[in-house]
Design a protein. Structure first.
Length: 293
């Protein structure tokens, strides 16, 4: 059999490279958007409905969601679902959101919360506006879930929301490929997930924060999401090996007593600590959601 001329081989390789550079058609992408990690948000008033600057920052939140959507579209996404994941879940402005997406608002009170709507049909998950876990040095508005939680560990790993949300995505074999928020959560995302694209839009300095200009944040989010999705094969779903052990620390004796009394299988394991074990990762998540309330 005659070999192909060198020019034809080179042309085929070039076309293959161009196809890869253009991204993948038909990607389905899930975007979870929190608010504490949005550019410029530095205190509770900024992220609360009663705050005087809340209306401004919900616009900023929507614009950063749009930047992620634009990056996904540039990489070939054809279906994008945005999950409003902050507070009331009624923060993103529907009219401002890129029309090439669907928006999930409000809570169903199911166990998925910030990941509600994700399933195995998605190719990738993206987190925007995320923050570090409770107690993180120089974390901007650092907390874990509700204000009652001081720490949640799964198989000994102290989890920010990024961690246990990635576990939920991993339970349906969806990788988290991108995280944007403060520098502290970007560091934690890389520590827990390993390979993940990140954009730090601000850096905590005690209770203050040094922020990028909002336009620069959006440019970096757009480029980071596109880059991550163009290299989708580099990312793996986040999983831990069973059995799973949940260790949850809550702030008050009342909360500990309620958690043990109301959730079968939970036991007190230390000062303000409850432990629960299961072979099912989603059962661990359900236990966490049930006990933290």
């Amino acid at each position: 059999m005659r070999s192909l001329p060198t020019t034809i081989v080179l042309l085929a390789l070039l076309l293959a490279g161009n196809a890869n550079a253009q991204g993948r058609d038909g990607l389905k992408v899930f975007i979870s958007v929190d608010m504490e990690g949005i550019t410029g948000v530095v205190n509770e008033d900024d992220a609360s409905r009663g705050g005087k600057d809340y209306d401004y920052f919900r616009q900023t939140m929507t614009r950063e969601a749009n930047a992620a959507i634009e990056g996904a579209l540039a990489a070939g996404a054809t279906e994008i679902v945005v999950r409003d994941s902050h507070g009331t879940a009624l923060n993103l402005l529907p009219e401002m959101l890129n029309r090439n997406s669907k928006l999930l608002r409000d809570w169903s009170q199911g166990p998925m919360y910030m990941m509600e709507g994700i399933d195995a049909s998605y190719d990738a998950a993206i987190f925007v506006g995320y923050h570090a876990r409770a107690g993180t040095p120089d974390g901007v508005l650092d907390h874990t879930s509700s204000g009652d939680v001081t720490d949640v560990r799964i198989n000994g790993i102290s989890m920010p929301e990024t961690g246990y949300n990635a576990l939920m995505a991993g339970s349906v074999d969806v990788p988290v490929v991108f995280v944007a928020g403060d520098k502290a959560v970007c560091d934690q995302a890389r520590e827990i997930l390993g390979k993940v694209e990140t954009v730090a839009v601000k850096e905590g300095i005690g209770a203050a924060a040094l922020n990028l200009h909002p336009e620069v944040s959006r440019e970096q989010i757009r480029a980071g999401v596109e880059r991550a999705l163009r290299n989708l094969d580099d990312y793996k779903p986040y999983k831990l090996e069973p059995p799973y052990t949940l260790q949850l620390k809550l702030k008050t004796e009342q909360n500990i007593y309620r958690a043990v009394a109301l959730y079968p299988g939970a036991r007190r394991s230390g000062d303000w600590e409850v432990t629960y074990e299961s072979d099912d990762v989603m059962e661990i998540i359900r236990a966490y959601v049930g006990m933290r309330r």
